[in-house]
Ligand binder design. Sequence first.
Ligand code: FAD
Ligand code: A2P
Length: 372
Amino acid sequence: MVYSQAKVIAGGLAHIPVVIGVFYLIMTFFNKRAIEFSENIKTKKLETTPKKTNKSEKVANPPKTVSQPVATTKKKHADVPVNIYRPKTPFEGTVIENYSLLKDGAIGRVNHITFDLSESDPFLNYVEGQSIGIMPSGEDANGKPHKLRLYSIASTRHGDNFEGKTVSLCVRQLQYEKDGETINGVCSTYLCDIKPGDKVKITGPVGKEMLLPDEEDANIVMLATGTGIAPMRAYLRRMFEESERKKNNWNFKGKAWLFMGAPKSANLLYEEDLQRYLEQYPDNFKYTKAISREQQNEKGGRMYIQDRVLESANELFNMIENEKTHIYLCGLKGMEPGIDDAMTKAAEAKGLNWAELRPQLKKAGRWHVETY
Ligand code: FAD
Ligand code: A2P
């Protein structure tokens, strides 16, 4: 059959819509696949990339108590309370007591402050090693309410009077000189100045980094400078105060070793309690002090806890080699490099490599750091 030129053109034109239709269907199919693919990637990223938060943002997160079913698998420390109170709805605790922890001749100002929690609803419970937020009264230079500051809890969950309705802090007033003027820290000064009966805005509790292990035969090495003793005081009370031991149903049988750094003897915090624990539990408690402005290290410089760590390297690393041993570091951020150096040297003496060992301890949940 012979088609005229006009018929061929007409026939060709008649196929154009069919070709466009098929082409459109193919494009739609691929576009849909592409959209599904990119959506999948986005969802996976959201699932795997945790949202970056700083500590104060964390406090502002919605309250999560572990009893809430958040995941199908049981999370570690899932029963530890967090963020029961947040900055928008803080709990107003009443100051019960506020007294100096320092002896005559001490440097600065460090106070022990206790708040009544009995009227909190929901109840503001916490465990040893956590922190709370304090919102100082007044406004900042921009006329906005002051932001909260975190403080390590210095009491056990049972509170200093063992009734389970108080929380205590150990606070150093921040003071420094600038352009010939003395500057007082906002929140630490507010806390050191408050009086019994005053109401204070409290948030939290927060933090799971410094929790004690459950095992009664764990060994606990504590490295503290200044107010870094706060969580350690709570641990030691939990371990060695008779009323705590009765209430806890947790009878510590391991070894606790506190390295404590203070500028002067008069600055040693909770010293009487620590001496009592030494007398009552000589096989379970060891206490090593580094009094920087009264003692000298072997190079003739100020004695810091890292110098004491080096002196005790062998004994310390024998403990660390035991998988029941946990190490807790709390206080000045500036001590971290010094502690790292000391641990490196101490490890070397035992033929160990601290740079490899530390991440392993961290991964095993045995290396706990909270510095500020
Ligand atoms: P601010 O008024 O906030 O002043 C602090 C600012 O002053 C600094 O950010 C810096 O900009 C400036 N500054 C500080 N020193 C100097 C200087 N030498 N020269 C120039 N500028 C300077 N503190 C305790 O006392 N006890 C605790 O148990 C405790 N636990 C903590 C736990 C955690 C997890 C964290 C994160 C911190 C903890 N802190 C603790 C520190 C506490 O949160 C506050 O940071 C501290 O009390 C100072 O707050 P402030 O409001 O008094 O000082
Ligand atoms: P110093 O201030 O004599 O240099 P406080 O908080 O009561 O001031 O105590 C902190 C203790 O920690 C002090 O003895 C202080 O010593 C000490 N210290 C200061 N810097 C470091 C550091 N980089 N490493 C370890 N300890 C430190």
